[in-house]
Ligand binder design. Structure first.
Ligand SMILES: Cc1ncc(COP(=O)(O)O)c(C=O)c1O
Length: 383
């Protein structure tokens, strides 16, 4: 029997080699701790790269969301509005804080929060005196939301915006980095992201006080005195100096990673664009996506096979692919939550498939994926 072809993963880590030099340096200095020079350098480099002046590096993107909510001093029962097309980490901390989520549908042109819907909903909420205490739009699959528009709408009503840019490190919005603006911005360096620290995240803000407070909460809310004194209860959320060392090496190659992911998207498009019923995630005119993941939509009536059939055929030849995020309002855990808008996110979930997009992929591997998808279309046509 032939051995199966090596597994092609969706988005595996891609090291440059420099990471190990920085990790060795961290070991040599014996800062094997959630403090140290690599951590400080990583935060400074993130600030320089994103143009967001104040940054705290933490153990995950989810932790960063939690700290942002804590900085707003919300109370149980307060509403927060979030993109329904997102990953659970975007809203999990809000639930743990006893906040009430409302989920807004996606815009078909960007797949991010529909700003017309947001405008209308804010107007209605202001009238009835039930404004949310925060809005959390998600930058999806490397594409920025229309942040200026969202912040302008929220500013009219004094509602802070926490931009979930966990998936958008390296992406551009207008002439700046994605997520820059609003109350605070969240990044993730989980193992599947465009750059990784193995696990990690960051909270960034233009406001030094927000980050100072987040740093305090992330280190057990310890008062700056020699004995352990606490006026608040915090978290143990700080990033390790070792993880930050990996991050420093990764940041150096981020622009190369973005370029390769965008190239991978173009190669898929060249190989698949002629198939009826198959289309690609659009790029919003206001920005530059990283194409963190290449996402296709499969319209079964024209393509012949369903998204799930294609996924299973890829799996049969050891290729990992994933449906688009299942919208939050469709999740069993959120069945009581209010959902605003139509069925855009639901349709994206039904038809969307994320293809292997790791920046280390070779052109031959892209051919292998594309050929399998073409094969699925052929067998559907031939019945
Ligand atoms: C949109 C979004 N928000 C939040 C997170 C949470 O980040 P982390 O996995 O680092 O906790 C992720 C990714 O994992 C994500 O994709």
């Amino acid at each position: 029997m032939n051995a199966p072809p090596p597994r092609l993963f969706l988005s595996p880590p891609h090291m440059s080699g420099r990471e190990l030099d920085y990790v060795r340096e961290a070991f040599a200095s014996n800062y094997v701790a959630p403090a140290g020079p690599m951590l400080e350098a990583f935060e400074a480099s993130l600030a320089a790269y994103t143009g967001i002046p104040h940054v705290v590096a933490v153990s995950s993107g989810t932790a960063a969301i939690h700290l942002a909510l804590k900085a707003l001093a919300l109370t149980r029962g307060d509403e927060i509005w979030a993109s329904t097309l997102t990953f659970i980490g975007s809203v999990g901390p809000a639930i743990q804080e006893g906040l009430v989520p409302v989920f807004l549908d996606a815009d078909p042109q960007s797949w991010t929060m529909d700003t017309a819907l947001l405008a209308e909903e804010l107007r209605k909420a202001a009238k009835s005196g039930r404004l949310p205490k925060a809005v959390i739009p998600t930058d999806i699959y490397g594409q920025s939301c229309d942040l200026d528009r969202i912040v302008a709408l929220c500013d009219e009503h004094g509602v802070p915006v926490i931009c979930d840019s966990a998936e958008a490190m390296g992406a551009r919005y207008k002439d700046r980095h994605a997520g820059e603006g609003g109350f605070a911005t969240v990044f993730s360096f989980n193992g599947n992201k465009i750059i990784t620290t193995s696990g990690g995240g960051a909270l960034a803000s233009r406001d030094a006080k927000v980050i100072e407070h987040a740093r305090y909460l992330a280190t057990q809310a310890r008062a700056p005195v020699v004995h352990y004194e606490h006026s608040d209860v915090g978290f143990n959320y700080r990033m390790s100096n070792i993880c930050a060392a990996i991050g420093l090496g990764q940041l150096e190659v981020l622009d190369q990673r973005v370029a390769r992911r965008r190239r991978i998207f173009d190669l898929y498009r060249e190989r698949l664009h002629d198939l009826p019923g198959l289309s690609f995630m659009p790029e919003a005119g206001y920005g530059r996506s990283t194409r963190w993941l290449t996402v296709i939509l499969i319209d079964q009536t024209q393509f012949g096979a369903s998204r799930e059939t294609v996924r299973l055929q890829l799996e049969a030849v050891n290729i990992e692919s994933r449906p688009v995020w299942k919208p939050m309002h469709m999740q069993p855990v959120f069945r009581q939550a209010r959902h605003v808008g139509g069925k855009i996110a639901e349709e994206l979930f039904e038809k969307g498939l994320c293809l292997p997009s790791g920046s280390q992929m070779s052109d031959d591997q892209i051919d292998r994926v594309a050929e399998t998808i073409r094969g699925a279309a052929r067998s559907a046509r031939n019945g």
